[in-house]
Write a protein that binds this ligand. Structure first.
Ligand code: AMP
Ligand code: GLY
Length: 422
């Protein structure tokens, strides 16, 4: 079967690599990257254009299209593919609102009694300012729509919160995503990424994971798309996992069904574990990046039945199992990221890094220029290692990362710190 993977990040490289190990699968990517180009044809496409994705899928004769990032899902790519009779992994446009609108998702949680921070919605910046002044405590200010992970401001005081309102609503730094905002209470605890894959009726649990969103060691500096992840995080004890399933996952999937928008694809719940209790920070309607890289590295056997089963609405007998006890990945970023950065820097040492035992280097912002791999984005590579425990995986990932060189490279040295003893 021909499988077309839409996206150009390390998440999509990891999915493509895992699928490429299956002799029954011929992998294609669009638009792809410098690493995905080594696994199969990479086709140009505008990922925000559902019709372009359908045309490409038809041209290739794809039996399955996997939508990696949120943008094509929110734009309706799955609806368009299904209308054309092509199996697609991901939710419909209506179900993708769980990620596409933070206000939709908070109001959904409120309707279904799903634990989340108390919140208010504002369409008028002056009203938001008045609320902030009266509250006079730490608050979180969020743009309603998609903002590539940058529309959330964890404000320590009223001045910071008002500055966030100004940037989102008056300066419109995130365009139409800032027409309305959410202001939430601040939660304090440990963050966890929990994924299930649903076929619309049933769901399968993925192993729990933990991301590191801040750019610097010790969780300092601005938020990024994610600087590293690992699985499994010790904070997700069996009791905590059951609470996540009973109080969050099941009510969410049931609620979506009851509201006439059954959820198919990857439901990724971003959680804060507060004194052992899960609170939802946000929903995402796709796999996390870099969480997905850790999960693909740990997963046993073929992954096609997972994606195809979800897309067709029937997993059959398939259920995932986790061959490697742990996996950890470190994101190598361009100098300046998550702010401005330069592109086109030649990268050395990827082959040596890949030769480290248990290691695989997934590409994100890379492209092939002649025979040379050069940087082309903020997050450049995700160095991923499996191991007998998180310490082992970390030692391998960091040994491999030290072999890779490009001008300006930086990465966190403390990925997995909640789980590491060394
Ligand atoms: P979101 O995109 O909504 O997950 O927010 C991005 C990041 O902001 C999260 O990963 C958290 O680190 C932080 N955050 C979001 N909401 C809250 C909250 N209510 N309390 C504390 N931190 C939050
Ligand atoms: N790693 C967080 C995300 O994919 O949104």
């Amino acid at each position: 079967m021909k499988v077309l993977i839409i996206g150009s990040g390390a998440r999509e490289h990891a999915i493509m690599h895992k699928l490429s190990l299956d002799p029954k699968v011929e992998v294609h990517a669009a638009p792809g990257n410098g690493g995905m180009a080594g696994l199969g044809p990479n086709h140009p496409v505008d990922v925000n254009d559902p019709d372009a994705i359908v045309s490409l899928a038809k041209e290739i004769g794809a039996g399955l299209v996997i939508l990696g990032p949120e943008a094509p899902l929110v734009a309706g790519a799955v609806d368009a593919l299904e209308a054309a009779g092509i199996a697609a992994f991901g939710p419909t446009k209506a179900a993708a609102q769980l990620e596409g609108s933070k206000i939709f998702s908070k109001e959904f949680m409120a309707r279904h009694g799903i634990p989340t921070a108390d919140f208010r919605v504002f369409g008028d910046p002056d009203e938001a300012d008045r609320f902030i002044e009266e509250a006079n405590r730490p608050l979180v200010v969020k743009a309603d729509g998609l903002a590539a992970g940058k529309g959330v401001f964890v404000a320590k005081d009223a001045a910071e919160a008002k500055d966030a309102v100004d940037r989102i609503m008056r300066k419109r730094e995130f365009g139409a995503s800032g027409e309305r905002i959410l202001i939430e209470e601040t939660l304090v605890g440990e963050e966890v990424s929990y994924h299930v894959i649903s076929d619309g009726t049933r769901y399968l649990r993925m192993a729990p994971a933990q991301d590191h969103k801040r750019v610097f060691d010790g969780d300092q500096g601005p938020n990024t798309g994610g600087m590293g992840a690992y699985s499994p995080p010790p904070v997700v004890t069996p009791e905590v996992e059951e609470a996540i399933i009973q109080r969050v996952v099941e009510p969410t999937l049931r609620g979506m069904r009851e509201e006439g928008v059954p959820f198919k694809g990857a439901l990724f719940v971003g959680l804060m574990i507060v004194d052992g209790e899960p609170q939802v920070l946000e929903y995402n309607v796709r796999l996390g990046d870099p969480e997905c890289e850790s999960l693909m590295a740990r997963m046993k056997g073929d992954v096609l039945p997972l994606f195809l089963g979800a897309a067709r609405g029937d997993f059959g007998e398939f259920s995932p199992s986790w061959e490697a006890p742990a996996a950890l990945c470190v994101v190598l970023a361009s100098g300046g990221y998550p702010g401005e950065f330069e592109k086109g820097k030649p990268i050395e040492g990827i082959d040596e890094a890949n030769q480290t035992e248990g290691v695989i280097v997934y590409h994100a912002g890379t492209r092939l220029e002649g025979d040379t791999i050069v940087t082309s984005g903020g997050r450049v590579l995700t160095v991923t290692a499996i191991g007998g425990n998180v310490d082992d995986a970390a030692a391998r990932a960091y040994e491999a990362a030290s072999k890779i060189r490009f001008d300006g490279v930086h990465y966190r040295k403390d990925i997995g710190h909640h789980a590491r003893t060394r």
